[in-house]
Ligand binder design. Sequence first.
Ligand code: CA
Ligand code: CA
Ligand code: CA
Ligand code: CA
Length: 298
Amino acid sequence: MIGNRYRILCTAIVTVLVLSGAVAGYEDDSIIVFQSERDGNMEIYSTRADGTGLTRLTDHPGADISADVSADGEWIVFSSDRAGTYNLFRMRLDGTEISQLTDSSGYDFYPSWSPDGEQIVFQRSGGGDAELVVLDVESGDETVITDNNVEDLMPDWSPDGEWIVFVRGNVGGQHIVVTRPDGSGCDELTGVHFVQGAPQWSPDGSQVAFYRDAGDRNADIYVVGADGSGERRLTQNTAIDEFPIWSPQADAIAFWSMRFGDADIFILKLDQEGSSPVHLDRSSGWDGPTAWVSAPDS
Ligand SMILES: [Ca+2]
Ligand SMILES: [Ca+2]
Ligand SMILES: [Ca+2]
Ligand SMILES: [Ca+2]
C-alpha cells in the first residue's frame, strides 16, 4: 500500500516536472517569426516567444523562407520559389494580402527592411557571385549596391537606417562587412574566417550577432561591437548553431541548432550566458527563426 502511494506520488512529481519544463522558457509575449517544414514543405509561422500561439502564415507547395518583419510591425517580406525561381513577396503579419515584389531570373534571398519600410535590401545570385540589391517597394526600382567577384550575402539594415551589415567572401574566407546603403563606405567588422553568416544588428544598433564556422562544421553564435571591437562567442556546443536574431528587448538571442538532431529553435538569455538555451520547439525537420518583434498593441 505504501509502495503504491509512493509510486503514485513519484508519477505525479514527474508529470509536474515535465509540464513545467514544457512551459518554462522565455516568458514574453513578443512574436518570433520562423520557417519550418513541419507541414511537408517550408512555410512561415509565428509563435509567441513563450512557445504559445503557434500560427501558420503561408500555405503553398513552394518553399517559403527568410521572413523579415517591417519596423512598424505591419508587413512581412519573404523569399519563395512559388512563382519559379526565388523571388521576394510581401504579406501582412497574419499572412493575408500576399503580393510579389521582385520578378528576376536570379535567386533573391535574405530580404531586410529599411527602418522606414520604404526599401528592402536582399541578396541576388544566379549567373555568378551574389550581389546586394536595394528595392524601392513603392516604385519597384532596383539598385545593385555591390559589384565584385566574390559573394555578397545575407544583408541586414541597421535600426538607424545608416548602414547595412552583410557577409563578403567565398567559402573558405569570409568577412562580416558594413556598407552605406548606397554601397559606399565599406568597412570590415571581423577578420577572415572559413564561414561567417547571418549578421544581425541589435535593436539599438550597438552590436552585431552572427555565426562563425572555423571549418569544422561546428558553427557557433558570436557578437561583435558595431565598431568591430569586443568580439565574444556566445555558444559553446559541438552541434551547428546558426542564424541568430535579437529579442526586441535585446535580452536574448534566438537561433537554430542541430543539437537535437535536426534544426530546432533555441533561445539564449544573455544574462544567463553559459547556461543551456531554452529549446523552444521540438519538431521534426527544419525549424529556424528569422525575425523577432514586439507584441502588437492590444
Ligand atoms: Ca510552402
Ligand atoms: Ca559580389
Ligand atoms: Ca556549435
Ligand atoms: Ca526541427
